[in-house]
Design a protein around this ligand. Structure first.
Ligand code: SAH
Length: 368
């Protein structure tokens, strides 16, 4: 087997600093500027490593465009308004969204597209697809300009690094990436530490059996706080769609995907996508504590259903050939079917406290 250069770089860091948290490992594996997965790969698409909802069906981005238009009306039709997408991938979601937005010309004219993206490979692809909308790129949410804002993020949170805690006989310990005697990367459990136990939600802390794993995602909690604070001050909303659970639960979900196959997360850093389920409850808590109101999560199938996915499919099918119709139907089926993406994927909205329940979330705000 040829030597993985990023493995050697990670090994050198471990020799220098000691074992790494999984979050530090994931950050290097995904974002090392020269060798990281997102710095070097075009990840999304049938011929690549994984497929996402906007790649499966144009209806997904169109309905999110409709949702944004409705929220824009709710917040008083601000012009201009920032439309920020976090982790835009190939840019196809934004392109479908903007096409749908053209049905409401005043809304479309007000949009100023901002893309939060770290990957140079994907920025190039986004430019190719979205140049007409004159997007502005940034590395971090904190760099977005002030003012009314609509934020969308599909499969963004799952890509943020996680840490894993493991239940020991007395307390919890942290699972770390270390080196074995042969210099290979291995997972080891660090010392038990009562302070780590405090990071586990109370309901899970003492009930868990020996060896149970709890995952948490510091950068998602920080993002929840940044957006919660921002939405408290500026009018707006943020829509997150991702796969994950609510309420918090235990169990390891970290996975590595290469060419649609699960692979060992430690074997070839930089060559596989790493992601893990989103703990929506923890994210909700962070955003609420900082001051935004939260709605959801609701299952993706139900959310798209409320936005009129059936009607949109029927309208598109009328102008389609029979082959196109079949493709449209099977794509939408995949997004809605509870055994595929309809249930595991969920939609969550953070909104300014003065804004009433956004469309698709027509029920009381989320409390825990
Ligand atoms: N939303 C797209 C892509 C999802 S893949 C879709 O649904 O198809 C995750 C995306 O988030 C990629 O564009 C990746 O480059 C980006 N990304 C991952 N971590 C990031 C970070 N810390 N900051 C900004 N972008 C990030």
């Amino acid at each position: 087997m040829t030597e993985n250069v990023l493995t050697s770089k990670i090994a050198r860091r471990i020799r220098r600093e000691g074992p790494l948290s999984l979050a530090a490992y994931m950050a290097m594996a995904l974002h090392d500027p020269d060798l990281g997965y997102y710095a070097t790969h075009r990840p999304i698409g049938a011929a690549n490593d994984f497929v996402t909802a906007p790649e499966i069906s144009q209806v997904f981005g169109e309905l999110i465009g409709l949702w944004c238009g409705l929220v824009w009306e709710q917040i008083g039709r601000p012009d201009p308004v920032i439309l920020a997408e976090l982790g835009p991938g190939s840019g196809v979601l934004a392109s479908d969204l903007l096409r749908a937005a053209s049905a409401l010309p005043a809304f479309r004219r007000s949009l100023r597209l901002h893309l939060v993206e770290t990957s140079p490979v994907l920025r190039t692809e986004q430019l190719r697809r979205l140049a007409f909308a004159e997007p502005v790129w940034m590395d971090r949410v904190e760099e977005l300009p002030a003012g009314p804002i609509l934020i969308i993020a599909n499969e963004f949170l799952d890509a943020l690094p996680i840490r894993q805690l493991v239940r020991g006989p007395r307390h919890w310990s942290e699972r770390m990436v270390a080196l074995d005697c042969e210099g290979q990367l291995v997972l080891v459990d660090g010392p038990e530490n009562p302070a780590l136990s405090l990071l586990v939600p109370e309901a899970l802390r003492d009930a868990a059996d020996l060896g149970v794993v709890f995952e948490f995602r510091p950068s998602a909690l920080a993002l929840g706080m940044v957006l919660g604070t921002r939405l408290k001050c500026d009018h707006g909303a943020a829509l997150f769609i991702d796969y994950g659970y609510f309420p918090s639960r235990a169990g390891p979900t970290l996975r590595a995907l290469s060419r649609h196959q699960a692979v060992d997360p430690l074997t070839s850093p930089g060559t596989a996508d790493l992601s893990a389920h989103v703990d929506f409850a923890a994210f909700v808590e962070a955003a609420r504590a900082a001051g935004s109101t939260v709605y959801g999560p609701v299952p993706q199938g139900r959310f798209l259903g409320m936005l009129g996915v059936g009607e949109r499919l029927a309208a598109l099918s009328q102008q389609a050939t029979s082959a196109q119709r079949l493709q449209l139907e099977s794509g939408v089926e995949r997004l809605l079917d509870p055994r595929q993406m309809g249930d595991l994927f969920k939609a969550l909205a953070l909104v300014s406290p003065s804004v009433s329940a956004p469309f698709g979330f027509d029920f009381a705000e989320t409390r825990q």
